[in-house]
Design a protein around this ligand. Structure first.
Ligand code: SF4
Length: 75
């Protein structure tokens, strides 16, 4: 799967204070959602790489703690 060259259209706002470490987001979209050594979510970039929109939305929607909010990037 190549996502190279696609412009991001979404970003994700991560509220680590809400994250309970269930890890569902990282299971569904490991390219975007990473887990730190305590099992809490972090992202390397808020920008969702082009081509990963659906997985990123699924990961955010699956979060039982509502710690992930997907937003469209305003340009
Ligand atoms: S699904 Fe939600 S609570 Fe679970 S690790 Fe991801 S952000 Fe945290």
């Amino acid at each position: 799967m190549s996502t190279h060259g696609k412009t991001p259209t979404l970003r994700v706002i991560v509220d680590r204070g809400r994250c309970c470490g269930y890890g569902l987001c990282a299971q569904l979209c490991p390219e975007v959602y990473k887990l730190d050594e305590n099992g809490l979510v972090y992202v390397e970039s808020e920008l969702i790489p082009g081509g990963l929109e659906e997985e990123a939305r699924e990961g955010a929607a699956a979060c039982p703690a509502e710690a992930l909010v997907i937003e469209a990037i305003q340009s």
